[in-house]
Design a protein. Structure first.
Length: 75
């Protein structure tokens, strides 16, 4: 599988969870990539993804920064 295919698969998984109303609650970086924990809106369900590609790690990071900026502007 090519790096771009891996990125698009990881991006699709991230987008799916975000579209279902999940939020990113924890990120742990290590040499294998990033372990990203998602929590459902009702706090009953939790999903954990291992994000290995650099582009997908940049993608979820940009989402987190954007959400943080929106929260700051709302205050």
């Amino acid at each position: 599988m090519t790096a771009s295919q891996e990125y698009f698969e990881e991006k699709a998984k991230i987008d799916l969870l975000l579209n279902k109303g999940y939020t990113i609650t924890k990120v742990t970086e290590n040499l294998d990539g990033a372990t990203v924990t998602f929590q459902s809106a009702n706090h009953k369900d939790q999903e954990v993804l291992l994000i290995e590609t650099a582009d997908a790690r940049k993608y979820f990071s940009s989402i987190m920064v954007s959400l943080q900026r929106n929260l700051t502007l709302a205050e």
